[in-house]
Design a protein around this ligand. Structure first.
Ligand code: MD3
Ligand code: FE
Length: 218
């Protein structure tokens, strides 16, 4: 990818990531060593809060299956999008965020130039071939000065990296197993999405892609 006219250095503050723009850093394959431990942590979460296909306010069943861990979890229903302290399906608090996950998210944020990052919500998205996430902004959080950190595992997906209006033509970026994206500052409210997941078989995850997004929501 080329960035003509950029006003930033192409390296992240610690030098191991690729800076995509002023507030966005991509760390390729950063999680490859920890992938199995992360999947084990996800299994402990989904035992308490199984993946489910939420229904949007417009009445559409999402093709991506979701669950959450941490003090807050993201949900949507006919009434709207919001964060809640308990899982509406079980009526119990969301499962705690495994320390492994918050530690890995915190260190990636720090290496991208956001020290002292303490996420209180982790949304876990599960894609099967054909599942997609339409162009959207993440704006249900209280304070946009905190970055979003995302982990990608399993099958590769095409990430749509848009502008600040829905109509701005997005760039495309492949997100692969082990990739970490840290997204904050002036880029926090960019439109973004995921194209329909192609068929494929991943050695660890089979016909799946899992994405975790850490947020400071409350
Ligand atoms: C850019 N997830 O859960 S992660 C989401 O791969 C979401 O499942 C996608 O968008 C996925 O809301 C993309 C990368 C990402 C996450 C949050 C962002 C990019 C972002 C927030 C603001 C701007
Ligand atoms: Fe998003």
């Amino acid at each position: 990818m080329s960035f003509s006219g950029q006003l930033f250095d192409n390296a992240s503050p610690d030098g191991s990531g690729e800076r995509l723009s002023e507030g966005a850093v991509l760390f390729h394959g950063r999680l490859s060593e920890q992938a199995e431990a992360i999947l084990e942590a996800i299994r402990t979460v989904e035992r308490e809060a199984p993946f489910r296909h939420l229904v949007t306010p417009g009445g559409h069943r999402m093709s991506v299956a979701m669950t959450s861990c941490g003090e807050l979890g993201w949900m949507t229903d006919r009434k709207g999008y919001r964060y809640t302290a308990s899982d509406p399906d079980s009526e119990r608090p969301w499962p705690p965020m495994p320390t492994l996950l918050s530690d890995l998210a915190g260190s990636a944020a720090e290496d991208a130039g956001f020290p002292e990052y303490r996420p209180d919500a982790c949304l876990i998205n599960r894609y099967r071939p054909g599942a997609k996430l339409s162009l959207h902004q993440d704006k249900d959080e209280q304070d946009y000065s905190h970055p979003v950190v995302s982990f990608s595992l399993g099958l590769p997906a095409t990430f749509l990296w848009g502008g600040f209006r829905r109509a701005d033509k997005p760039k495309r970026l492949l997100l692969e197993h082990g990739d970490v994206l840290v997204w904050g500052g002036p880029d926090r409210l960019r439109y973004h999405g995921i194209l329909p997941l192609p068929e494929g078989e991943h050695p660890l995850l089979g016909e799946r892609r899992i994405n975790l997004t850490f947020r400071k929501a409350g």
